[in-house]
Structures are given as structure tokens and as C-alpha cells.
Design a protein around this ligand. Sequence first.
Ligand SMILES: C[S@@+](CC[C@H](N)C(=O)[O-])C[C@H]1O[C@@H](n2cnc3c(N)ncnc32)[C@H](O)[C@@H]1O
Length: 290
Amino acid sequence: MASHDGHGHHEDTGAFDFAEAAPRFRERADAEADRYRRLAEQLSSPSDRVAADIGCGAASMAFALAAALPKARIAAVDAEPTMLDLVRERAAATGLEVRAAQASVDDREALAEAVGEPADLLWAGHVIHHAADPQAALDNLAGLLAPGGRLAISEGGTAPQFLPWHVGVGRPGLELRLIEAGSRRLENERIAHGATPLAYGWNLALERAGLTDVRTVNELVATPAPLEGPDLDNALKTLGNKVGWFEHHLSEEDRTAWAALLDENGPDWLGHRRDLHHLGIDTIFIAAKP
Ligand SMILES: C[S@@+](CC[C@H](N)C(=O)[O-])C[C@H]1O[C@@H](n2cnc3c(N)ncnc32)[C@H](O)[C@@H]1O
């Protein structure tokens, strides 16, 4: 039985514990509702009747799709029961019809049962890279599409950055090392699960899954310094979460620097600074079933 360290990790494997992270997903969902509404409008077509949000977390896309496609059947699918509780809670609160169903992207039959019928639109946000075999997971999802159906995956892109290269606490490059620690955490998770890495880009992976017309949408987030109000809150929360998630992969020196920067009562608190910005790119790959 794995032990937990209070930051969403299994201490013995370094693997990510999504159940423990559920409240953070819920919190972020409210902040990102507008973005998902816009994306759902872009990705959906009025004739779509069956759609699903795979690896849904708090299911922001499922709820945005339910609003954009009121006549469609929408499933929110996740391997983690805690996320599905969150989906049911949000469905009750919003009155939107989103069906919660449990399945892993690694399990073709469970996925087919969860989605229920050939899908016109499948969305998988930041989940395929967690699969035991990402190519097999894409093959599974492609197999669920109706002819002409689309699969959209949010993968790749760049990690958001908020800090100047040197903040005067710890060594320069602190945030770059945090991003690198995230990459090592993912690698550890892969090793712990004996997972097969994808050794090529997502566009090729979608083609190998038998899909065509692969296109890429890059969404730029570029909020200049100084961050204020909700933008500053988001930066502080995002950095705090990442330091918690990736701390096993940070040096003692960097952990000390982050503790000072994230200490609301200390003199180095990031919340006092006027030189934080937000720069990041979210990449979405969209492909169709012939
Ligand atoms: C990084 S979160 C992304 C959540 C949401 N899609 C988003 O973009 O914000 C990954 C989600 O995938 C789920 N997940 C992880 N591995 C999975 C798997 N093998 N099959 C299905 N869901 C999985 C987790 O429980 C979590 O809800």
C-alpha cells in the first residue's frame, strides 16, 4: 500500500495521486470556465450528438460541451472515482446533463462502455501522457469515433512561466529547474508504472492511430508584468502546487528558496512583487476519423 506525502505523490514511487489533487482541479475549473466555453464552441459542430471528455478531472470541457451542444449526450470519463464524484457534484450544481463514467484510457472495452456509442467528438486534456502506452490509448480513442468524428488532445505546449530568471532568492534559473523537476516526476511515474514512452510527436501518434487531417492549435497566454488580482493569485497557487508536487525532485537549496518565496508572512513573498508575468502555450492537436 502506497503512503502519501500530502502533496499528491505516492512517497514510494513518486507517482502522482490524482485523488488527493481533486480539490485543486475543482478550484482551477472555476477559473478556466471561460476558456473552455470558447474552446468547446471552436471544437464542436452543431450536428454533434455524442461527445466525451476523457481523463476529465473536474470535467471543464464536458460542462462546456453540454452548454454548447444541449441536444448531445455528453460523458465525462476518468479512471479516478474521486474525479467522478466531482463531476456528479458539478452536474447537480449546474443542472447540466453530464454523465460520469469510470474507465482508464488503457482499457479499450471499459472506454467503449463509458462513452456508450460511436462519438462525434472526443476531448482528452493532459491525460494521454499518463497512459501506460500513449499510442495504445490514442488507438483506443480513435476506435471510439464515428466516421468523420474528431479527437482533440491537449498535450505538449510549454509549461507556464511567471518569474524573472533571477528573483534574488536562491540561484538564478529557479523556475526553469522547477519545470525540469516536473519532467523528472513524469519520468518517475512512467518508470513506476512500467509505461511505454511515446518516442515521437503527437501529430505522428494521431496519424498512427489511423486519423487524418491532423491540425494544431497553439493558444498563447501572455499576461505582462505586473500580475495583479486573480492573475497574481493564479500564479502563486500554480507555483505553490508545483513546488508541492515536484519537491522530491528539487535540491535542498531550491526547496529553501521556494519556501521563502511562497511564505506569505516572510519578506521574500512573491505576492509582494511587481515583476511577475504569465507566459505559456497550450497546444491542442485535432484529428478526424476518415
Ligand atoms: C492532469 S489531469 C487533467 C484533467 C483535465 N482533463 C484538465 O485538462 O484539466 C489528468 C486526469 O486524468 C486522469 N487519469 C490519469 N490517468 C488516467 C488513465 N489512465 N485513464 C483515464 N484517466 C486518467 C486523472 O485522474 C486526472 O483527472
